[in-house]
Design a protein around this ligand. Structure first.
Ligand SMILES: [Zn+2]
Ligand SMILES: [Zn+2]
Length: 281
């Protein structure tokens, strides 16, 4: 699997000189499977750049779009994803069911009003909602994709993709220490032994008390999950829009020190960067 980050920012795009390194676009991750199938997780503003790249290749575009949830920072990029205006594009949408409804309402509310001048029915691409992965694992090109429901306002899904012996987990917009939500041990079970965990780490431990119930985690909580789950590598994502590149570096440093202090110095930790890609394994 090849994983490429087109957007890593949380909540709202945050362009500018202070976010140049880790990026200002909101969540969009492309996963190319060994079979050649393409999976895209979330349709944040980074999806515009992915669309331009795919269009420049001059071939028909076809992929699975896995939506984690319905919040706008995870949907805003689709109207600006150029291939949806092409007849030979096919988008198979799966994921959190109300996210697809929200996606269509960006274009119109079936009464003629939306947040965009083009109605959903006028898009030339074929866009179908499968609604499979929320009900059970799906199989795609030799890869099994499992989902887990998350602690987030209005809900959401995290995903585990397994290809042969290797797997990675993508969980954004998830409050690991939520009161009354899914327990940490259930997330530990879901991520157990994966090669790579990509997890929301929007807040600092000293900030989280003002943001309890908002559906996000700290780097400390993400490290705890990675250590208990025995994962090999952790990438922090959904960077707060106010967070500068220098501050993201500080978070990574603090997370590494924390892991080392817990006897998990071999756990690789970094922050997800827009435009970066990695191969698994
Ligand atoms: Zn978000
Ligand atoms: Zn959200």
């Amino acid at each position: 699997m090849e994983i490429r980050f087109w957007g890593t920012r949380g909540s709202i795009p945050a362009p500018g000189p202070y976010t140049f390194e880790f990026g200002g676009n909101t969540t969009c991750v492309e996963v190319l499977l060994a079979s050649g199938h393409r999976v895209v997780i979330d349709a944040g503003t980074g999806m515009r750049l992915l669309g331009d790249q795919l269009k420049s290749q001059g071939k028909p575009v076809s992929f699975h779009l896995l939506l984690t949830h319905n919040h706008w920072d995870h949907l805003l990029g689709l109207p600006f994803f150029a291939p949806i205006y092409e007849e030979d594009t096919e988008v198979l949408v799966d994921g959190w069911p109300i996210a697809f409804q929200a996606l269509t309402r960006i274009f119109d509310d079936h009464m003629g009003n939306g947040f965009f001048p083009v109605a959903f029915d006028q898009l030339k691409a074929r866009i179908d909602f499968l609604n499979h992965v929320a009900r059970g694992p799906i199989h795609l090109g030799g890869v099994t994709i499992d989902a887990i429901s998350l602690n987030h306002p209005q809900g959401g899904l995290g995903y585990r993709l397994r290809e042969g012996k290797h797997s990675f987990v993508f969980i954004t917009d998830n409050e690991l220490a939520a009161v009354g939500g899914r327990r940490l041990r259930e997330f530990v079970q879901f991520v157990k032994g994966c090669d790579l965990l990509i997890h929301d780490a929007q807040y600092l431990p000293e900030e989280i008390k003002d943001h309890r119930g908002w559906g996000h985690s700290t780097y400390e909580e993400a490290v705890t999950l990675a250590v208990q789950g025995g994962v090999r590598s952790l990438l922090l994502t959904h960077h707060d829009p106010r967070r500068s590149d220098a501050q993201v570096h500080q978070i990574v440093e603090r997370a590494r020190q924390l892991a080392a202090s817990r006897g998990a110095g071999s756990l690789k930790i970094d922050a997800a960067r827009e435009g970066s890609s990695l191969h698994l394994p």
